[in-house]
Design a protein around this ligand. Structure first.
Ligand code: ADP
Length: 480
């Protein structure tokens, strides 16, 4: 792992498994609390004393542009790394790499556009607002978009002038390590970015309580998020939390039928459904429900499951054996709760037998209180139910503790916008599902978390706000 500009080991290791073959593809250090402490001290020093403190915003921006360039030059290797490490189809991994480069470029441009304010105050004085970097940030990321999540975290942090200790997920640490190599190569000074590989309970937990870390930026499950919020209280960390979802995708009868069927499948099954914003709850207007469900099950057969390194593959294996067991246990629950119309098993033929594959699975006529309708499964399992009318659609969409994303399909844009306004979720799409823009704020309502990543909001999350008041009166206050 990468601490204070050096490639170091720890006294324990973690195996990194390729989920397509079950084979161990690498071994990385399992960071202990003392490794995390070294990384935090290095980041603290780089922030408090330099070199990052004295690096200009222009130079920080230039480094981010160079990093984006280096990512593009190494795109094939980075895409292959994520695909082999966590199972996403290679074509999707290539999109991620391009998005990651774009994200660093976006924030490279923003580094020089961090502004303050001057305020009119009721006094002979000038009040100013300055924005300053939050300090040392601990960034904890999940395994579903390993490289892209590193970019979402490091892009704005570096642009803002923060230093970082970043922990990739224990299942998928390889692309973050490769990214650190590229950061070293393009000239990020030592201590500015530290990558600690390790698990949540030990390495992640040590970051959350570390007194030298000012902020935790976390993306992961809601349960882990709740632990982190509680454990970070004693050191009063700033927090951004991007957590789970059980996102409604609403199809009205007047939607473009073909586009909506496509969008429903893509929303549910892209990246094996291992997406916090997946459209995992499909709600369809009663009058087209039967026809829609039939077509969905039919077209769902086209989701090509297989070796994610093959370009024609549209669904790879799940990330790990443990995760597959969890997803299969939900499918077993679903079989008792609803009607299965597609998939429902783990393929066993040929090459697929070796990996952690799960078939794209669709349940229909799912009751509102069914567990597969309410709980995040984080796999290729879609729960479908009908709704009666606009009011019913809104009520069902909001009937969840989560509030991350939502999709709406209708040709009536006024109705679409009315519905989107009523849905309590931070990311919404009309007549599409999943496009994600570096320019637009990403984050959830309710138990899907708080704070926003990406866009201008994303850099704000790495800035403190300071007011400076300058008295213009010569005479003393003469209070006493
Ligand atoms: P999943 O996406 O499988 O639900 P988690 O939310 O458990 O994953 O994990 C996301 C990230 O959070 C990973 O990097 C993991 O190591 C880390 N993590 C898990 N639990 C904790 C914890 N209690 N404290 C800090 N980090 C944690």
């Amino acid at each position: 792992m990468f601490i204070d500009g050096e490639w170091v080991k720890s006294n324990k290791t973690l195996p990194v498994v390729n989920p397509t073959t079950g084979a161990t593809m690498a071994t990385v250090p399992a960071a202990t609390a003392s490794d995390v402490d070294r990384a935090a001290q290095a980041a603290r020093k780089a922030f408090d004393e330099g070199p990052w403190k004295t690096t200009t915003a222009q130079d920080r921006g230039k480094l981010l542009f160079k990093l984006a360039e280096a990512i593009r030059q190494n795109a094939d290797d980075l895409a292959k790394t994520d695909t082999q490490n966590m199972g996403k189809p290679i074509v999707e991994a290539e999109f991620d790499v391009n998005d990651a480069a774009n994200c660093f470029e976006y924030y490279g441009g923003l580094a020089t556009k961090i502004h303050g304010q001057t305020l009119t105050v009721p006094d002979n004085a000038v009040s100013m607002v300055m924005r300053e970097p939050v300090g040392v940030v601990g960034q904890i990321i999940p395994w579903n978009y390993p490289l892209l999540m590193s970019a979402w975290k490091l892009g704005p942090a570096m642009a803002a002038g923060c230093t970082s200790v970043l922990k990739p997920a224990e299942q998928s640490p390889l692309s973050a390590l490769k990214l650190a190599k590229l950061m070293e190569q393009v000239g990020f000074p030592k201590g500015v970015v530290n990558i600690v590989t390790g698990d949540g309970p030990e390495a992640g937990a040590a970051m959350v309580v570390h007194p030298q870390i000012d902020k935790i930026a976390f993306t992961g499950g809601t349960e882990a998020g709740k632990h982190i919020i509680k454990n970070s209280a004693d050191t009063m960390k700033r927090l951004t939390m991007e957590l789970g979802g059980k996102n409604p995708n609403l199809v009205f009868a007047d939607a473009d039928f073909n586009a909506a069927v496509d969008g429903a499948l893509f929303g549910a099954f892209a990246n094996q459904g291992e997406v916090c914003s997946a459209g995992s709850r499909l709600l369809v207007e009663e009058s087209i429900y039967a026809k829609f469900v039939k077509e969905l099950a039919e077209r769902g057969k086209r989701v090509k499951i297989g070796d994610p390194m093959k370009r024609e593959t549209k669904m790879g294996p799940l990330v790990s054996k443990e995760h597959r067991e969890r997803v299969l246990s939900y499918i077993a629950i679903g079989k008792k709760e609803a009607k299965l119309v597609l998939g429902g098993g783990a393929p066993t033929d040929g090459e697929l037998a070796k990996g952690w594959f799960v078939e794209p699975t669709i349940f229909v006529d799912v009751a509102e209180n069914a567990r597969i309708m309410r709980e995040e499964i984080f796999g290729p399992v879609l729960a479908v139910a009908p709704f009666k009318n606009e009011a019913d659609a809104i009520r069902m969409a909001n009937d969840t503790p989560y509030g991350l994303a939502a999709g709406v399909w209708t040709r009536d844009v006024m109705k679409g916008l009315r519905v989107m306004k009523e849905i309590r979720a931070g990311i919404q799409w009309l007549n599409t599902y999943h496009p994600t823009y570096n320019e637009a704020p990403w984050g959830g309502y309710k138990q899907s978390g708080f704070g926003r990543e990406l866009g201008l909001f994303g850099i704000e999350a790495y800035l403190e706000v300071k007011q400076l008041n300058i008295n213009l009166r010569e005479e003393p206050i003469a209070w006493y």
